[in-house]
Design a protein around this ligand. Structure first.
Ligand SMILES: C=C(O[C@H]1C=CC=C(C(=O)O)[C@@H]1O)C(=O)O
Ligand SMILES: [Mg+2]
Length: 462
């Protein structure tokens, strides 16, 4: 402990020696810590901070809990990703950092996301969620695997600061997080569930089908909303815990801004970059899970052969391939999809690997990929215009990239589906489906009902 304090003090002093009057510097210090439960840490964070985030990867290799907003980077409209890339590049380059390991998810990093459609107004429901937002937390708890835990502290040091006072203040805040007592969750009671604009949604699906028949579009993804109300405020830590327990093979995330929380358990990775190695995935085409292993196997086999779902899937494969090819080498895409199983549904899945060409970063790939035809459609602009005009909801951050990026521009983004926005005792959850020429309106409606389930059940519905 004593050496750590000395190290941090020296790091702050190094930053102070370099600061002119009126200036400030970002200092980031990482240390290995003892095993600690991520949900317990998140509960402690919720007690002290109004802004926080949670991230857990589908392969269980990384859990992040971010506390407090030290620095925030916002982007606006169509240029939101470019603006973020530039601002973060500058911030990362100027920071004074110390991290004892070179492992993903440790050290100085930002967490954040963006809205689905840069041309759509965010509206009242999404008032706490800007076009795009990334933040440097005050504290970042990282769990890599069993018994490999780190805590990163980020500080803004100003010209007139003294290293020892800054350290003392920081130690007090850190102690409050570790010493927060375990609180048990209380049960909440659902009082209302309401599917929004069901009839209108089905009409919009019909109009999308007409457009596809006329040859104006090939695929359009349409989403709908379910509103849930409970007796008491939803306990975000509890909802996260239940998502972790029930949704294997999914990214579990939460992004908390004041009283609103965007939360979900999504199976869909947009992109991961680790030392120039790039991984993205095509996930589209769906079928329910069977009630018995035999039935499940039959459905799985049927999904792999089904022309409607294969078409729906291949639009995504084609777009991803064409979008990233100029940015990568050694592009590898299997010829046929496999099935990706989830608790309530199974999907067609094609993983894509490649090596990122120099000078490009994860943000260039996000810019090119979002939205893939798993969330937008084909052609992208036609589908987006249709969704903007016709879909009876405001997507906000639903269906958009959410994730983290570190100082080396390594990071990972998921596509924020199977998600919802919680505010107090109310929640709006969202689910969409890919409409193609052979779509059956009722079957698509049922598919979205299945996609509501992960969030719906943990909020006490169904
Ligand atoms: C748009 C959603 O799912 C997408 C991802 C996988 C399968 C999909 C489908 O089969 O329609 C969707 O493209 C959602 O869950 O809200
Ligand atoms: Mg589908």
């Amino acid at each position: 402990m004593v050496t750590e304090i000395k190290e941090l003090q020296q790091l702050i002093q190094k930053a102070l020696d370099d600061i002119g009057e009126g200036q400030q510097k970002l200092v980031s210090y990482t240390k290995k810590v003892e095993q600690f439960d991520a949900i317990h840490f998140f509960q402690a964070v919720r007690k002290s901070y109004t802004k926080s985030a949670f991230w857990h990867t589908a392969d269980n290799s990384l859990t992040l809990v971010a506390a407090g907003e030290l620095i925030k980077v916002n982007g606006n409209g169509k240029k939101r990703i470019e603006q973020t890339k530039a601002a973060l590049g500058k911030m990362f380059a100027e920071a004074v950092t110390y991290c004892p390991v070179k492992k993903k998810g440790t050290g100085l990093l930002v967490l954040g996301g963006m809205n689905f459609d840069s041309k759509q107004e965010n509206g009242a429901l999404w008032k706490d969620f800007p076009d795009s937002e990334f933040f440097v937390p005050e504290f970042l708890f990282s769990q890599l695997e069993e018994n490999d835990y780190y805590l990163t502290t980020n500080l803004l040091v100003r010209h007139k600061d003294h290293a020892d006072t800054v350290v003392k203040e920081y130690m007090k805040k850190e102690a409050a997080l570790w010493n927060y007592p375990i609180c048990h969750f209380t049960d909440n009671k659902l009082i209302n569930e309401e599917e929004v604009a069901t009839h209108e949604w089905k009409n919009v699906v019909q109009r999308a089908k007409n457009l596809i028949r006329e040859g104006i579009a090939e695929k359009i993804v349409l989403a709908r909303e379910l509103r849930i109300k409970a007796a008491d405020d939803f306990e975000i830590a509890h909802v996260l815990k239940r998502l972790l327990q029930t949704q294997a093979n999914s990214y579990v995330f939460a992004y908390v801004r004041e009283k609103s929380c965007f939360i979900g358990a999504t199976p869909e990775r947009l992109v991961r970059v680790e030392n120039e190695q790039l991984l993205t995935t095509c996930l589209a085409g769906s079928a329910p899970r069977g009630k018995t292993p035999d039935e499940d196997e039959q459905i799985r086999y049927g999904l792999l052969q089904d022309p409607k779902n294969i078409e729906e899937h291949q639009f995504v494969v084609k777009m991803i391939k064409e979008s990233i090819a100029p940015y990568c080498k050694q592009l590898n895409i299997p010829k046929k999809p496999v099935v990706y199983p989830l608790k309530n549904i199974q999907h067609l899945y094609t993983p894509v690997t490649a090596k990122l060409e120099q000078h490009f970063t994860i943000f260039d790939i996000v810019q090119k990929l979002h939205p893939t035809p798993a969330l937008g459609g084909t052609p992208t602009e036609t589908a987006l215009a249709f969704i903007r005009e016709q879909e009876p909801l405001n997507r906000g951050w639903y269906g958009a990239p959410i994730g983290w990026v570190d100082q080396q521009m390594n990071g990972e983004f998921a596509v924020a589906i199977r998600s919802g926005l919680i505010s107090g005792n109310e929640a709006s959850i969202f689910a969409g489906c890919g409409i193609v020429k052979d779509s059956d309106i009722e079957a698509e409606f049922e598919e979205t009902s299945l996609k509501f389930l992960p969030m719906q059940t943990v909020l006490g519905g169904k």
